[in-house]
Write a protein that binds this ligand. Structure first.
Ligand code: ZN
Length: 421
């Protein structure tokens, strides 16, 4: 059973719908499987122990890579013991999830805003993002237009901006998306910052001008509009990841397991209550189908694609569904390498790079596998932004602009490489 659902059973349904879920005393445990046997044991524990009220913040699918597991105070000792019995010695990385949620909200609330000026160093609601889209395209009417993907399951419009200078039709395109997983707030925030910089510094900064001029940019800041809006804001559940479609007793499909390429094989779940539920069929989610159709329609000119996530600081290319490497891996990973080198130069933030399956875990039906495998976008990436787990999804807003600055440098380096290859 889905934990959020079970929580709804223990309180009155009305109360549940009205109140935001709290995570008082919930902690996050880190374990590193050192052998295949330990990795297998960990997978079993995570798959079969929903009674522990586990929420996987970061999954470990590779020996030597860590997993971060959120657990309720009620099951803390029991989970600890089970992990220890299997040779996995858990360490606490977050002591009180609710405390971090409260801190993030408070600090976000305290960010000073000037009237009429969009504050990039703050986490914004979907309404605010939509206002930003309207305003910035009015402010830069000659080089920007609004594009609409489709309506979400709950009827919200998925919108982005296209930035296009000069002879738009003859140029290659680059698609950037944020917020496919709704709890990964730093993703839309970083995408917004980069788009803002590309426009505000276009006339004054030669490097930015070159970046903007080299592609037609399709920038989608918030992909999972229902998850972001309905669960994300101060109203419901800070830890929501999936879409909001209904599947029996449980809600939502993992939009990054729902793409129609090697769909629902290893690293995805057929259980509708799982956070990695692949959906009843490939492209069952209107949001995923909408973005895929949009990319396919423009695929002839599409040369680059990045899907921004958090957290872990990884710059990854296909494949996700298998540890085997695709024929273009050397070129793709060279792009990653240049990106993370440029990124590190800004504040010293270290990213790792490699194929998805070898760097984090095997995951089938993900966006980058589909854009590369089906839409033939050679330079397709999945990026995990800050941090490495101190705050996880609950990254304080004072890290938004640093994340934006360093990721923009990575994008410049990558775009330079792609345009010349
Ligand atoms: Zn994600």
């Amino acid at each position: 059973m889905d934990f959020k659902f079970s929580l709804c059973l223990v309180v009155l349904l009305g109360t549940c719908l009205a109140q935001k879920i709290r995570y008082d005393g919930f902690s996050v445990l880190r374990v590193v499987p050192k052998t295949e046997k330990e990795l297998f044991a960990l997978k079993e524990i995570l798959d079969n122990n929903r009674q522990f009220e586990i929420d996987v913040w970061r999954f470990a699918g590779v020996v030597g890579k860590h997993a971060d597991i959120q657990v309720s105070p009620k099951y803390f000792l029991q989970l600890n013991q089970t992990l220890a019995e299997n040779g996995l010695s858990p360490k606490v990385t977050v002591r009180d999830v609710q405390k971090l949620i409260a801190e993030q909200e408070l600090k976000n609330h305290e960010v000073k805003e000037t009237a009429g000026v969009f504050e990039y160093g703050k986490y914004h609601t979907l309404d605010e993002v939509n206002n930003w889209i309207d305003n910035i395209t009015k402010y830069y009417p000659n080089i920007t237009t609004v594009f609409e993907i489709t309506k979400s399951y709950e009827g919200r419009t998925i919108r982005g901006i296209r930035i296009s200078t000069g002879e738009g039709n003859s140029k290659p395109s680059f698609f950037i998306e944020g917020g496919i997983h709704s709890r990964e707030w730093i993703s839309p925030a970083t995408v917004l910052y980069m788009a803002g910089q590309m426009l505000d510094r276009y006339s004054a900064d030669q490097r930015i001008k070159q970046l903007v001029d080299s592609f037609n940019w399709f920038i989608l800041p918030v992909f999972n509009v229902d998850g972001y809006m309905y669960e994300y804001t101060w109203t419901k559940n800070r830890n929501w990841r999936k879409t909001r479609s209904k599947h029996g007793l449980c809600t939502g499909v993992d939009p990054n397991r729902n793409w129609d390429y090697e769909w629902c094989k290893e690293g995805a779940s057929k259980d509708p209550c799982s956070d990695m539920y692949c959906g009843p069929k490939a492209f069952s989610e209107v949001e995923v189908k909408g973005v895929a159709d949009f990319i396919m329609k423009n695929s002839k000119m599409m040369k680059g694609f990045i899907d921004f996530h958090s957290f872990s600081q990884l710059w990854m290319s296909p494949w996700g569904y298998t540890t085997k490497l695709p024929p273009d891996f050397k070129d793709q990973d060279k792009g990653s390498e240049l990106a993370v080198e440029a990124l590190e130069k800004v504040f010293g933030t270290k990213y790792q790079h490699g194929s998805i399956a070898n760097t984090i875990y095997v995951a089938s039906g993900s966006s980058a596998d589909w854009t590369y495998g089906a839409a033939k976008v050679k330079y397709s990436y999945g990026v995990e932004l800050r941090d490495t787990g101190k705050y996880g999804f609950l990254l304080p807003p004072d890290q938004i602009i640093p994340s934006g600055k360093e990721t923009l440098e990575a994008l410049i380096a990558l775009a330079n490489f792609v345009v010349n290859n």
